[in-house]
Design a protein around this ligand. Structure first.
Ligand SMILES: NC(=O)c1ccc[n+]([C@@H]2O[C@H](COP(=O)([O-])OP(=O)(O)OC[C@H]3O[C@@H](n4cnc5c(N)ncnc54)[C@H](OP(=O)(O)O)[C@@H]3O)[C@@H](O)[C@H]2O)c1
Length: 314
């Protein structure tokens, strides 16, 4: 089968011909129709998991995907061949991933049937980013009446954070470069600030001199977090998806600091699918690429500038 894989940690992703995997007990083999790209995919290539998970090479990239069940392994009774599914197909220890014509998923893992109204490219865009956004809004206890700054709002996680935080009744301030300001407003942001056009703290304080209640941040490093934390009122919360928060330092300022690890499950995928089906959540796919164009796309995406989600048509 065709797949995008690397031959060692740090290697350049390449289109390879690799054996089609077979589903073991409790697993399903999925014929992948679309795969979603996340920054974590190249962090794995760079070795982010090498101290916690054994790597097997060639290592196929990718976690998120959507497709059709090709075969079910021993003991799988819930999902059958021919069903449309989407979710996370994580397989680093066996060198497997979602940027391939076939992927393996645990039948009792974060995999769910695709709702009828969903197309494959949209479904593949959902799992990691939207489950993370859902968990982030929950962990930060975002609520009605609060003012919440979303830093990195224009990417995969951010676009869902803006909507889910806004749906609680909170007032959302989204960071966005000029080209994305309108889209952020359409997704429910009450205010938009452009971090490239001037100091973020000054822009926020102009309308919120007394400070804000929460910051949900997917991009800032430790220095950036320390600076932005000055925007929070006592009792406020600062959540980082990239572990840039020092919870002790936050506590000393009467703030709650959260470094999050997202949880994933079939139930959460179903909850999110329900929100999408009901028109309460949109997942914007800005860019679709063919499998053979992924190596160049990864190079491009590593430089930043993500807009919503990018999805691979396998
Ligand atoms: N902890 C977890 O469980 C977990 C789960 C999922 C993701 N993550 C991590 O969360 C991060 C975000 O993921 P993602 O999928 O949303 O990434 P993404 O799709 O690449 O989005 C990042 C967005 O942030 C914008 N941006 C970059 N620098 C910025 C700045 N200084 N201020 C404001 N916006 C800025 C980018 O646009 P411009 O470059 O044009 O500004 C882009 O739109 C990644 O590092 C990912 O690995 C963690």
């Amino acid at each position: 089968m065709r797949a995008i894989a690397v031959s060692e940690v740090g290697a350049t992703p390449t289109l390879m011909n690799l054996p089609t995997p077979a589903p073991g007990p409790g697993e399903i083999l999925v014929k992948v129709v679309a795969a979603g790209i996340n920054p974590f995919d190249w962090k794995i290539v760079d070795g982010a998991l090498k101290d916690s998970v054994p790597y097997s090479f060639p290592l196929i990239m990718g976690v998120d995907g959507a497709g059709v069940v090709e075969a079910a392994g021993e003991g799988v009774t819930d999902l059958r061949a021919g069903e449309q599914v989407y979710g996370q197909f994580f397989g680093v220890p066996r060198g497997l991933g979602s940027y391939a014509e076939y992927a393996i998923a645990k039948a009792d893992g974060p995999v769910a049937r695709m709702p009828q109204g969903m197309i494959y490219t949209q479904a593949a865009a959902v799992p990691t980013a939207t489950m993370t956004a859902y968990n982030a809004v929950r962990l930060a206890n975002v609520d009605e009446g609060q003012t919440v700054l979303v830093v990195g709002a224009t990417g995969g996680v951010g676009q869902s954070v803006v909507q889910l935080a806004g749906a609680t009744g909170a007032k959302v301030i989204a960071t966005a470069r000029a080209d994305m300001a309108e889209e952020m407003r359409e997704l429910g942001a009450a205010e938009v600030v452009d971090y490239a056009a001037g100091d973020l703290n000054e822009q926020v304080l102009r309308a919120h001199a007394d400070g804000i209640d929460a910051i949900l941040d997917v991009v800032s490093d430790k220095t950036g977090v320390e600076r932005l934390a000055a925007l929070l009122r006592p009792g406020g919360v600062y959540l980082s998806t990239i572990w840039s928060v020092n919870p002790d330092a936050m506590a000393a300022q009467e703030l709650r600091g959260v470094n999050m690890d997202s949880e994933a499950s079939a139930e959460l995928l179903e909850t999110i699918a329900g929100l999408i089906d009901a028109g309460k959540l949109k997942v914007h796919v800005h860019h679709e690429v063919a499998l053979e164009d992924v190596p160049a796309e990864i190079m491009r995406m590593r430089a930043g500038g993500a807009r919503g989600k990018t999805v691979i048509r396998v």
